[in-house]
Write a new protein. Structure first.
Ligand code: SF4
Length: 357
């Protein structure tokens, strides 16, 4: 899946999605100029021989000179038939023109990440997009010949209810309808929607760093509900292994004692755990027992507002006070706007020159 040139077009993101650690850690936004990117792209293609290039960043649709960049890359690489893919495009970006450009090249799938299926829950996580944004983006893509859409969601987000889960199917049906509405001569053949869901992992330095992850039984029943409700023609559904998500939750919010768990797991033969066939959940649980620790303490426990957190000694720029404020807004489903339109006071400006925005 990484067998291509990854051209990093910018770093940082100011959207403020509340589940996203990278969006907090990599502030502020820094864009590379198209001129610099053309140089890098030429060097990378010449040095690797890859025939595919992806524009990588946290939010490629927000890159200020996206259309100019895509046009320039096309001009340079059309003859070599290098295909261009645009991952992690936000659905509300003005991508129409960019899509039209890319459609002249080899088509890769369109990837959208609504993350949550109802407006209420998207507001909780501050994914400030609407159903209309989704419809508009896929309709534009269909009109430009796309017929394959990948959708990324998360299950087990804070405040999630069954209604939020049933709505996954509604989003899929919305896209099917948008495909039907697209004139046959414009759209590609045979709509294919791959919908995937990963279990939410609360991360340090995010507004959800105090939140509990669902326990394994709750996750299993939610995934069962999704499997049942997503039996829709043309839609394939996949999900991340919840046992891996639980381990991710333990390690990402672990304290120094997790070191012993990791060491004991290694002694028990746990290696290359990121590959499902090598992941031995039972051995990890044994390692917790060996170390006298309970994984629920790390994964499925809500922290108090004033609890000392293991990573509190690191200052990533965004303050703990701001993160707590954002958590309170999340629980009220109140949206915080993109700070490119005005500083929201995340704390970065305590460091002179750190945020030029
Ligand atoms: S300091 Fe203000 S403008 Fe800069 S990243 Fe933080 S909220 Fe956004």
């Amino acid at each position: 899946m990484h067998d291509r040139v990854a051209l990093e077009i910018m770093r940082g993101c100011t959207r403020g999605c509340r589940f996203c650690q990278a969006g907090m850690l990599y502030r502020p936004v820094r864009e590379r100029s198209p001129e610099k990117l053309f140089q890098l792209a030429e060097k990378l293609i010449a040095a690797t021989g890859y025939e595919e290039m992806s524009l990588s960043s946290l939010s490629t649709g927000d890159y200020g000179r996206l259309v100019e960049l895509i046009k320039g890359l096309m001009e340079r690489f059309a003859q070599q038939k290098v295909s261009l893919s645009l991952p992690s495009l936000r659905v509300d970006s003005d991508v129409k023109e960019a899509l039209a450009q890319v459609s002249e090249l080899k088509k890769s799938g369109l990837t959208l990440a609504p993350e949550a299926a109802t407006q209420r829950l998207r507001d909780v996580i501050n994914k400030g997009i609407t159903e209309e944004d989704i419809t508009r983006s896929v309709s534009d893509a269909f009109e430009n010949g796309w017929s394959s859409v990948k959708l990324y969601f998360m299950n087990s987000l804070p405040t999630e209810t069954d209604e939020d889960l049933h709505a996954f199917g509604d989003v899929a049906r919305l896209i099917i309808e948008a495909f039907r509405q697209t004139p046959k001569e414009k759209r590609g053949k045979g709509l294919n929607i791959s919908l995937s869901s990963s279990t939410f992992v609360p991360k340090p330095f995010t507004p959800f760093q105090w939140d509990a992850q669902d326990d394994m039984e709750t996750i299993a029943s939610k995934l069962a509900l999704l499997r049942r409700s997503l039996k829709i023609k043309g839609v394939s559904f996949s999900w991340n292994d919840p046992e891996l998500s639980r381990m991710e939750a333990c390690i990402s919010r672990g304290d120094r004692r997790m070191g012993e768990v990791i060491y004991k797991a290694w002694q028990r033969g746990c290696k290359m755990d990121g590959w499902r066939e090598h992941f031995k959940y039972d051995q990890w649980m044994e390692a917790f027992r060996d170390a006298g620790l309970d994984p629920s303490f790390y994964a499925s426990r809500e922290r108090a507002k004033d609890e000392l957190l293991p990573w509190d000694f690191i200052d990533c720029g965004v303050t703990r006070q701001y993160l707590w404020l954002e958590r309170e807004r999340a629980l009220k489903a109140t949206v915080t706007p993109d700070c490119r339109g005005g500083c929201e006071g995340c704390g970065l400006r305590r460091f002179p020159g750190a945020c030029p925005a």
